[in-house]
Design a protein around this ligand. Sequence first.
Ligand SMILES: Cc1ncc(COP(=O)(O)O)c(C=O)c1O
Length: 332
Amino acid sequence: MAEAVVGDDVFGDDPTIQELEARAADLLGKERGLFVASGTMANLVAMLSHAGRGDEIILGHLAHTFLYEAGGCSALGGIHPHTLQNEPDGTLELGAIERAIRDSSDPHQPPTRLICLENTHNRCGGIASSPEHMRSVGDLAKRHGLLVHLDGARLLNAAIALGVSASELTAGADSVTICLSKGLGAPIGSVLCGTETFIARARRMRKLVGGGMRQVGILGAAGLHALDHHIERLAEDHANALRLAQAIAAMPGLECPHGEDTSSVWTNLVYFDVTRQDLDAASLTSRLQARGILAIPLGSDGRRVRMVTHLDVSSADIDLAIEALQSALNET
Ligand SMILES: Cc1ncc(COP(=O)(O)O)c(C=O)c1O
């Protein structure tokens, strides 16, 4: 990062960012890439570029874009979200998508423009959706003249877990974003990819939301390092997550539904519920924090916890996390 050759990316002439954008586009099978500050900004810029005021987008009720991005598409774009129930594995049922598409000849209805998918699906346990599903949604969208955006914050986790190339998962999508700052381990940044025309529009939208940054090649260099060194090793995170989940599934007072299901395609997220009545998710996570283990309590019933494995968590750290969980459960 210290040695990165930088330019002014607001003018599009930062060579390190240019290299990163080209590498990411190539990896994802798209024409062009655009570096943005975060996954949230990537999704926002994509939605603003694909859809306009009064247009409707179809997305899952547990999509990160719907739950956790401050309602950016409607707040800033006047775009109308139409949520469908996510299946337990994070996918959207094809028939449900088809039924949700509006009648464009009826002036009462907002016109459907875009379908947003997420892979891996965060709130559904980090499950990876198959290339077949991704392609089927793409085909459906084409038949109806719609566009597809893929929130691939953890798409490379999906590719590694499924043993397929990232571009096989993006074939049906008009745009896709990956986060460099999650499992890939870079400090900051995401790359949004799509056609030349889409990226030209997205560049304008990035400027509009204040996301044009100048000598940003210092961050681009970290992103390039992540693409060079941190993709294949995601398999270690997945193995660590599976071992952690299996240990949790065996602990009385905790329930990790996926932990007992070794046939699931495992990635790096471990969700579980605290079922013991004298303990809730917030108390358990604060006991864990006191033992040096960070986990997030979430959900409306106060029971659910999320743990994440990543490149700074070794297999030995998983042993420590398991010990910390056992000792936190035994604390009186
Ligand atoms: C699936 C998914 N999409 C997008 C984001 C947003 O990324 P960021 O936190 O970089 O804005 C996240 C963050 O956790 C995520 O899990």
